[in-house]
Write a protein that binds this ligand. Structure first.
Ligand SMILES: NC(=O)c1ccc[n+]([C@@H]2O[C@H](COP(=O)([O-])OP(=O)(O)OC[C@H]3O[C@@H](n4cnc5c(N)ncnc54)[C@H](OP(=O)(O)O)[C@@H]3O)[C@@H](O)[C@H]2O)c1
Length: 247
């Protein structure tokens, strides 16, 4: 436990499992007050009970852009500010494009891209306002993927959404630099979470990655914490984290 993020309000989307849950826990360990966003209320409430303090729970389907915009307002109204936003909620399949359902493509863009855009749009002014406070900066962290850096012959739509997140983030970074809102992208390699179970069709064989195995969600949470605990003069714009044996 440290107080590096004491007084900081951090919202994490997709906080009900995997990387988002681990990130919320890690930010709370640095003293942040958390707003937890996702659809599964029971999971969010259990985490909020664990974290205690002023942690708030916001049950929302971020694939609905109106609901996504509304929930950011709810967070700011509840806590009075928003210093850190971690856009982590996501979904995606590594199935081949041939034979997949178009509905699955739409489900992927709806959360990975449209949901992230809707949340970010609503959060821009609160983040700019927070950056004028004593901390001197605010943070927007977008969780992309190593699939946002390279393209493989599987997961075409997933890779498309993550490449879009990279482009969106870099443009925003340049636009918001003078407002002292740091925009960073975290790009996980294969990480043990619920995600590989949710996509339609083929999922990666996590046991096939060599003796050291895949990343744990806490490894990615570490990267997020590193980004948002730098001194105000320092912006860590991008962190790519892969398992040692991932090619
Ligand atoms: N695991 C990996 O190998 C890996 C690699 C690279 C990048 N990533 C990225 O890491 C991020 C987190 O994924 P994860 O691996 O931690 O998977 P996960 O355990 O399946 O977590 C996904 C989270 O997103 C939330 N979510 C999904 N759809 C949502 C919606 N419509 N509205 C609100 N929340 C929604 C889920 O909550 P509810 O179901 O409760 O709504 C859950 O909390 C994603 O952006 C993913 O693309 C993961």
């Amino acid at each position: 436990m440290s107080d590096l993020l004491h007084g900081v309000v951090a919202a994490v989307t997709g906080a009900s499992s995997g990387i988002g849950e681990a990130t919320a826990r890690a930010l709370a360990e640095q003293g942040a007050t958390l707003a937890l966003l996702a659809r599964r209320e029971d999971r969010l409430r259990a985490l909020a009970d664990e974290l205690g303090g002023a942690t708030s729970v916001h049950v929302v389907d971020l694939a609905d852009p109106d609901a996504a915009a509304r929930v950011v307002g709810e967070v700011v109204d509840h806590h009075g500010r928003l210093d850190v936003l971690v856009n982590n909620a996501g979904y995606g399949s590594l199935a081949p494009a041939r034979g997949s359902e178009f509905a699955d493509w739409r489900a992927t863009t709806a959360i990975n891209l449209d949901g992230l855009l809707a949340v970010t749009h609503a959060a821009l002014e609160p983040l700019v306002a927070a950056a004028t406070g004593p901390r001197g900066v605010a943070d927007l962290v977008n969780v992309s993927s190593d699939a946002g850096r390279r393209v493989l012959p599987v997961g075409a739509v997933y890779a498309a959404t993550k490449h879009a997140v990279g482009a969106f983030s870099e443009s925003l970074r340049q636009e918001l630099a003078s407002a002292h809102v740091r925009v960073g992208v975290v790009e996980p390699g294969i990480t043990r979470t619920e995600l590989p179970d949710k996509g339609e069709g083929d999922t990666p064989d996590l046991s096939a990655l060599g003796e050291l195995g895949v990343l744990e969600a806490a490894d990615i949470a570490d990267a997020v914490v590193y980004m948002v605990t730098r001194p105000a003069r320092t912006a860590v714009n991008e962190i790519l984290v892969r398992p040692v044996e991932q090619d």
